[in-house]
Design a binder for this molecule. Structure first.
Ligand code: ZN
Length: 141
């Protein structure tokens, strides 16, 4: 997609999702770069720092075929900000174990992260019209 169109869409949707996800107190910066190798590229990336409530999202404009895919990527990366507090756990574990052990833990951590984001995507895609509780049962005396 054209980079200036990508930037325009991202600016608009970033503010919308910032409100929807209650991330108004986060400083979110957007970068536009190619991510990954030539034959193994990624649509987006997010690095969030929960201590400073900052997040750097990278969008790969060349990977988005259309506006819908672009917004999906932005939303996906913003969902990653929601679980940023787990980074504190991850960073602590990294200091306590060997590199080899951390590599194994990291694989599980990444899987859990992506599973959580996929659950959030599914909830949003279904419209979030989920009532807090089922209709109350009123018993007649
Ligand atoms: Zn992801």
């Amino acid at each position: 997609m054209d980079k200036s169109l990508v930037q325009k869409i991202i600016r608009r949707e970033l503010n919308r999702y910032r409100k929807l996800l209650s991330l108004q107190d986060w400083t979110i910066t957007i970068k536009y770069n190619w991510i990954g190798d030539e034959d193994d590229a990624t649509c987006g990336d997010c690095e969030a720092n929960p201590n400073y409530k900052t997040a750097a999202i990278t969008i790969n404009p060349d990977m988005a075929a259309n506006e819908k895919e672009l917004i999906h990527t932005l939303r996906h990366e913003m969902f990653h900000i929601l679980h940023a507090s787990f980074e504190t756990y991850r960073n602590t574990v990294e200091k306590l174990i060997t590199d080899k052990e951390f590599k194994a833990v990291e694989e599980v951590f990444d899987r859990c992260r992506e599973d959580l984001v996929m659950c959030l995507e599914s909830m949003f895609d279904k419209g979030l019209k989920i009532p807090l509780e089922k209709k109350k049962i009123i018993r007649k005396k």
